[in-house]
Design a protein around this ligand. Structure first.
Ligand code: 5RP
Length: 213
């Protein structure tokens, strides 16, 4: 089983603040994400800045695209994004249009989706899914548990590379021991930590402790 990647999600309200965070942790994490909040605030300028700073890392635009897949994906690709997210309720034509513009599409799983939906994404060549606990669900008292593990395992068994995200802490990771998680995505637990570089290093060390190098 490969070591899961660590991805930092930059959900900052300003580019200046995002750049401060990524300068602190960019060399520690494996993948860099322009988060939805940052993209809504700053647009493709944020993606462009991350690409310029990290020419050799995977840069993700977390657009959670629901429509106009071709235009949104072309804009993100032109700005330097490798991968882009589409929300799971997007239609297959939207996802296919986006696929033509960026290297890979990741499906963001929120709310209601079925195994049949997941198979329809595989059928069009999408092999990445992001299993997500929304921050609003977590704020309303939700938590990570066996129900999530079962869905992540089902997606892995179907052949997806699965990223896991939503209010993750270093402590959450052990729930997934033995599961072939592709990437853990952490935002606030890194960027809002008193020492973001230490927080990112703690995540990497825990991933290595559980999955090996
Ligand atoms: C919110 C997101 C976040 O980027 C993702 O959930 C990681 O952030 P955090 O660890 O702060 O929850 O996609 O929609």
């Amino acid at each position: 089983m490969a070591k899961p990647n660590l991805q930092v999600a930059l959900d900052n309200n300003t580019l200046e603040s995002a750049l401060g965070d990524i300068r602190a942790v960019g060399n520690i994490v494996d993948i860099v994400e322009a988060g939805t909040i940052l993209i809504l605030q700053e647009g493709t300028i944020a993606v462009r800045a991350l690409r310029a700073l990290f020419p050799d890392k995977v840069v993700i635009a977390d657009t959670k695209c629901a429509d106009a897949g071709s235009t949104v994906a072309k804009n993100m690709a032109d700005a330097g994004a490798d991968w882009m997210t589409c929300i799971c309720s997007a239609t297959i034509p939207t996802i296919q249009a986006a696929q033509k513009q960026v290297k890979e599409i990741q499906i963001e799983l929120y709310g209601n989706w079925t195994k049949e939906d997941a198979q329809s994404w595989l059928d069009i060549g999408v092999t990445q899914a992001i299993y997500h606990q929304s921050r609003d669900a977590l704020l309303s008292g939700g938590s990570w548990g066996e129900k999530d593990l079962a869905k992540v395992k089902m997606l892995v068994d179907m052949g997806f590379r699965v990223s896991v995200t939503g209010g993750l802490s270093v402590d959450t990771l052990k729930l997934f021991a033995g599961v072939d998680v592709y990437t853990f995505i952490a935002g606030r637990a890194i960027t809002q930590a008193p020492d973001p570089a230490k927080a990112a290093t703690d995540f990497q060390n825990e991933i290595i402790r559980i999955w090996g190098k």
